[in-house]
Ligand binder design. Structure first.
Ligand SMILES: *Cc1c(COP(=O)(O)O)cnc(C)c1O
Length: 460
């Protein structure tokens, strides 16, 4: 068959206007925001790739389901529908809705984690790490070596290092490991997938030591697609069958419906153990709401129930993963350094490589992120020393390991011409990379500074 473009497997039913701020308006917005892209108003952004979380478009079927949301406080019909969908997919009977993923993490780790414990993960997402550490436990990242190297080509760069997992267990003892977690796909490690083979190995280690195994399943469907297309023996399996096989290996999951739930809000905490679930529900009632709505409206539960079916459609996943890879290829083919292979939900530009003239102390990824906005109104996010640098008491800083700009693609929101436009902006900035200069921080908070810091450009 001749090569055909993989088209968006949907047509647009309702549109949202995009403002097109002129170059001088963008410059004024940058100055007002102190060169921090979190300080921009959404109307000042042309293409918003800040995050793929909760920013996707819902389908007509999801909007329709919302109209029949049952808002009963207890025993809502919408909860029963969602419970059925989730149990059918995961095989796990205890289904607890939450307002978003971090609420699931907060509840789970409040129950299972204690000071002195260690939670292994391939790479903890930042809210997961914070919720483990908030309990006084240690969050330990054990991704394979290839997962730490932006340019190492490997089909499953999100895999857990099984040797390191065994070493951790023998070092700290199984009684101080409340559970082992694997994040699919590995968001903080570049959206890289985990193979079924690796999940089976983790399961075997957990069985050997009798430790529960949880998935941070935010992008389970994208991970299933990578397994289908990259792992031997799965090309004929449906994404649903693969997802079911992933879930069959786990004892429980945390989930943000803002990702592969195709919803704008919501989360889930799902497990097999009825006793742990009962404890979780007691905490849920304290902070989220009654166990059949968990901080969400009945209509939100409907949207998630429909989203969990739609996200496993082959046409959707093929388009989703291809559109990210399409942007990555355009960058790579033009010689722009990126994390390769492309992740499922985002393209990561390597600013350390692209801007060698800017030392890490002058935030090369911040400079690149600002320039993408200045050039074309494209908003990505700095994932480098602004976000992950360590600030000491004397004001000196240790830089982050990598200096990346993440361009996260909202689901079903932008078309191929939007993606082409983003690539044009990246290439135009890359073509004059040697003229970019760094930034210094003029104002910052003592933690999570990336959200509110103000910057000043350093003259070239
Ligand atoms: C988004 C995310 C979370 C947290 O979910 P929220 O809904 O944002 O609270 C946890 N883990 C991973 C891997 C995520 O991507």
């Amino acid at each position: 068959m001749p090569y055909r473009t993989i088209i968006e497997p949907f047509k647009i039913h309702s549109v949202q206007h995009i403002d097109m701020p002129a170059a001088e308006d963008r410059e004024a917005a940058l100055q007002r925001a102190g060169y921090n892209l979190f300080g921009l108003h959404a109307d000042e952004v042309i293409i918003d790739l800040l995050t793929d979380s909760g920013t996707g478009s819902m389908s007509a079927a999801q909007w329709g389901a919302m109209m029949i949301g049952d808002e009963s406080y207890a025993g809502s019909r919408s909860y029963e529908r969602l419970r059925g969908v989730v149990e059918g997919l995961t095989g796990m009977p205890e289904v607890i809705p939450t307002h978003q993923g971090r609420a699931s993490e907060r509840i789970l780790f409040s129950i299972v984690a204690q000071p002195g414990m260690v939670v292994p993960n391939n790479t903890h997402f930042d809210t997961t790490r914070a919720n483990v550490e908030f309990q006084g436990a240690e969050a330990r990242d054990l991704v394979i070596a290839e997962g730490r190297d932006p340019s190492a080509d490997h089909p499953f760069k999100g895999n857990m290092d099984i040797g390191a997992l065994r070493e951790t267990i023998s070092e700290v003892g199984k009684d101080r490991i409340p559970l082992v977690m694997v994040t699919v796909t590995n968001n903080s490690g570049g959206g890289q997938p985990v193979s079924l083979e690796n999940l089976r190995e983790v399961r075997a280690v957990c069985d050997e030591y009798d430790i529960p195994f949880y998935l941070d399943a935010c992008r389970f469907a994208e991970n299933a697609w990578f397994i289908k297309t990259r792992e031997d023996g799965y090309s004929e399996h449906s994404p649903r069958q693969i997802a079911q096989e992933m879930f069959a290996l786990a004892d429980g999951i945390t989930f943000s419906a803002k990702k592969d739930g195709l919803a704008n809000i919501g989360g889930l905490l799902v497990m097999r153990d009825a006793e742990v679930a009962a404890q979780c529900r007691n905490l849920l009632i304290l902070t989220e709401g009654f166990p059949t709505y968990g901080g969400l409206a009945g209509r939100d539960l409907e949207a998630i129930a429909v989203g969990l079916d739609e996200v496993l459609e082959e046409g959707y996943l093929q388009y989703r993963i291809r559109s990210t890879e399409y942007l990555a290829e355009k960058c790579r083919d033009a010689g722009v350094p990126i994390v390769w292979p492309a992740g499922g939900h985002a393209v990561y530009l390597d600013a350390k490589e692209l801007l060698p003239q800017i030392p890490q102390s002058e935030y090369p990824a911040q400079s690149l992120a600002v320039e993408l906005y200045r050039d074309g109104g494209v908003r990505g996010v700095e994932i480098g020393s602004v976000m992950f640098g360590t600030v000491h008491e004397d004001g000196t800083e240790d830089p982050a390991q990598m200096e990346l700009v993440r361009l996260a693609i909202p689901r079903r929101t932008y078309t191929q011409s939007h993606v082409d436009y983003v690539a044009e902006v990246v290439l135009s900035v890359a073509a004059r990379a040697s003229s970019l200069t760094g930034y210094r921080i003029v104002e910052q908070a003592s933690w999570l500074r990336h959200f509110t810091a103000r910057f000043a450009p350093i003259a070239g």
